[in-house]
Design a protein around this ligand. Structure first.
Ligand code: ADP
Ligand code: ZN
Length: 304
């Protein structure tokens, strides 16, 4: 048997960049966590990790970068590989792909996409959406973001969807809360992200007991968001990740609320089997890093 190929992955987040090298079976051989500071510092530390890995393990076959957005994932675009408008100091316009081309070599195939687009690809390969051609992954954490697989391709459109920012009708009991999204106030992220729960109830979501009224409202808003996603994309399944979804009692609450909201309008066997329709991520906690690996595999495939 020939030598195993090596794949590099980066999960780029607002607080840390996780870098890893894995074999063809996704066995992680090396891993490093690098704090997110200014781009030149953080990216240089990531590049050092991969250069060191090359010396120790051999050359990579491809690198996949699953990064916070907004970003430009369209290879034909003049701003391809860059972060777009972001409030994170120093990161606006940062040329992520260019940096790794310069430091790791132009021959290395590089995949670059949002963390959630990468995660939906990983879910379809190795997680809770295996074998499906139409799938959504939604993370409910500091922000809310989603990626969609449509006809077995990650949906990009003009750049990438921003399904965490769909507008929702406010629940009458929540009239006094204006939402935390700096752009839209009471969009899905503004009403249902971890910081929204904290702002509304004055306590971290992780500390609220299961019988707290916060959770019925949370399930209601998440179900409203999922309803819009179902109606527009008709995915075969939706997988949910992110810190807030650690509260697993939310799943049955979201399922029954979604069934109620859809009002028997969508008559598909997938929707009827709600238990398997809205499910926890199969890669909880590792969807971003495995997303990077999925992008690396795809980059190698696209090149050959
Ligand atoms: P990030 O979105 O920053 O990548 P997370 O997905 O962990 O990271 O999301 C962090 C948010 O999730 C915080 O607002 C936090 O309050 C919330 N959170 C983290 N753990 C839990 C938990 N066990 N239960 C409820 N909320 C949680
Ligand atoms: Zn918003």
């Amino acid at each position: 048997m020939g030598k195993q190929k090596l794949f590099g992955a980066i999960e780029g987040g607002g607080t840390k960049f996780i870098c890893a090298v894995a074999d063809e079976e996704n066995k992680i051989l090396l891993e490093s966590r690098i704090p997110t500071s200014l781009p030149h510092e953080t990216l240089a530390a990531c590049a050092d990790f991969f250069l060191q890995a090359r010396r120790n393990l051999g050359p990579l076959s491809a690198l996949g970068i699953a990064c916070f957005g907004p970003l430009d994932p369209r290879p034909a675009s003049p701003t391809y590989g860059r972060i777009l408008a972001t409030p994170k100091p120093g990161w606006e316009n940062a040329d992520i792909v260019g940096f790794f081309r310069d430091t790791l070599g132009t021959n290395l195939p590089i995949g670059f996409d949002t963390d959630v687009n990468a995660a939906v690809l990983a879910e379809s390969r190795w997680g809770a959406g295996q074998g499906l051609s139409d799938l959504v992954y939604l993370t409910v954490g500091t922000g809310i973001g989603g990626g969609a697989l449509v006809d077995s391709e990650v949906l990009h459109g003009y750049a990438h969807p921003e399904m965490g920012h769909v507008l929702l009708p406010k629940h009458p009991s929540d009239a006094a809360f204006s939402g935390v999204c700096p752009f839209h106030g009471s969009c899905l992220e503004g009403l249902a992200s971890g910081p929204a729960i904290e702002a509304r109830w004055g306590a971290n979501a992780a500390d609220l007991p299961p019988n707290h009224p916060a959770w019925q409202l949370e399930a209601h808003y998440l179900a409203l968001g999922l309803m819009n996603i179902c109606l527009i994309l008709a995915p075969e399944r939706i997988t949910l990740g992110g810190g807030v979804m650690n509260q697993t009692f939310l799943f049955p609450m979201i399922r029954s609320e979604l069934t109620y909201l859809l009002g028997n309008y969508l008559q598909s066997p997938q929707i009827a089997d709600m238990e398997h329709y809205v499910v926890p991520s199969g890669l909880a906690g590792i969807a971003g890093l495995y997303g990077g690996l999925a992008l690396a595999h795809q980059a190698l495939l696209n090149q050959s």
